[in-house]
Design a protein around this ligand. Structure first.
Ligand code: CO
Ligand code: ZN
Length: 328
């Protein structure tokens, strides 16, 4: 899967601008789905199987990024964030605009401690000297620019959140030969700005069960008081986060499947954050949901790291789960 992950994480598609990544995914899935649709918000919805329980798997295809809101008189672009961008991860970062223009994020970090206030302390240098010769203008969008890195078990890229979930869905669709269910593989848009694509796609699919596949912050790093989520110890079953409570019957079923097939997993309780499950559970008259997470270090930085074994185990678990009946 590594060439696929490289391709997915090196594609630039921040929230609202998912065209490029949607085309890449479409190319990877078109020979494996029974039906493919794109809804008005740009969600890519692929169905496999028919007649059984409707199961919606959701992985968001957008990524965090920035949008220009001002080009100053000296040609420096100022910006707003698209999704949860942490200023402290930005200085020295490269960005790439949708029109191909590269830029570097600068700040006065040698002169004084950076207070890291948008538009005041940080700017994007795109090599311009005035608004007139600037290759970008107000409203232009960029994503972070970092190549994929393969360290063996550990792999690093920008937008592992949630292109790694996208890779898992693609691989699961390819590996799933037979299913008693009607499975919808949904590649959602605009998750990073408030799970917006999941709201409309879930409404359209109207599933019986919803499962979000996303990354979760691993805290197995120095200087952390608690170490609860580890790279390499398997996907996590999320009991809750700030946006949803995992359906207890669904979590119990996942645990049963994982233990039967000896797939490692971790139990996760998060105070913060939310996934597409938040939107899916509230559609129509309500849907039981849970989130299956891939542990990830440095989430929402330009260098997000996951463990390749966790990725493979997540695929294995989903294939096992979808091959058989789900009684909840
Ligand atoms: Co995210
Ligand atoms: Zn995510």
């Amino acid at each position: 899967m590594k060439p696929l992950i490289k391709k997915l994480t090196e594609t630039f598609s921040p929230s609202g601008y998912e065209n490029a990544i949607r085309e890449v995914i479409m190319d990877e899935i078109k020979d494996f789905a029974d039906e493919i649709k794109i809804d008005a918000l740009g969600n890519l919805i692929a169905r496999k199987g028919s007649g059984g329980k409707k199961i919606m798997l959701a992985a968001h295809m957008d990524e965090i990024g920035i949008m220009v809101n001002h080009v100053d008189k000296n040609g420096f672009a100022r910006f707003a964030s698209l999704g949860g961008v942490f200023p402290q991860t930005l200085v020295g970062s490269r960005v790439r605009f949708m029109n191909g223009t590269p830029g570097v994020i600068g700040a006065h970090y040698l002169k004084r401690p950076i207070k890291l206030i948008w538009n005041k302390d940080m700017f994007i240098d795109i090599g311009a000297t005035s608004p007139k010769n600037s290759p970008v203008q107000i409203g232009d969008v960029a994503a972070f620019d970092r190549p994929f890195v393969d360290l063996g078990d550990r792999i690093i890229g920008k937008s592992m959140d949630d292109r790694i979930g996208v890779a898992v869905l693609i691989e699961t669709l390819r590996k799933l030969k037979d299913t008693p269910h009607e499975v919808y593989f949904v590649f959602t848009t605009q998750e990073e700005v408030g799970v917006r694509g999941a709201i409309t796609s879930a409404y359209g699919v109207n599933p019986d069960i919803g499962i979000a596949i996303d990354v979760t912050g691993a805290d197995d790093i120095p200087e952390m008081d608690t170490k609860t989520i580890f790279l390499g110890k398997g996907p996590t079953f999320k009991f809750k986060d700030a946006g949803s409570i995992g359906d207890p019957r669904l979590i119990k079923h996942f645990i049963k499947v994982a233990e039967k097939d000896k797939i490692p997993y971790q139990r996760e309780v998060a105070n913060m954050g939310g996934t597409d499950a938040r939107a899916i559970q509230l559609t129509h008259a309500g849907v039981p949901v849970m989130t299956l997470s891939i542990p990830c270090r440095y989430v929402h930085s330009p260098s997000e790291m996951v463990d390749y074994k966790d990725v493979q185990n997540t695929v294995k678990l989903l294939v096992k789960l979808l091959e058989k009946n789900i009684e909840i």
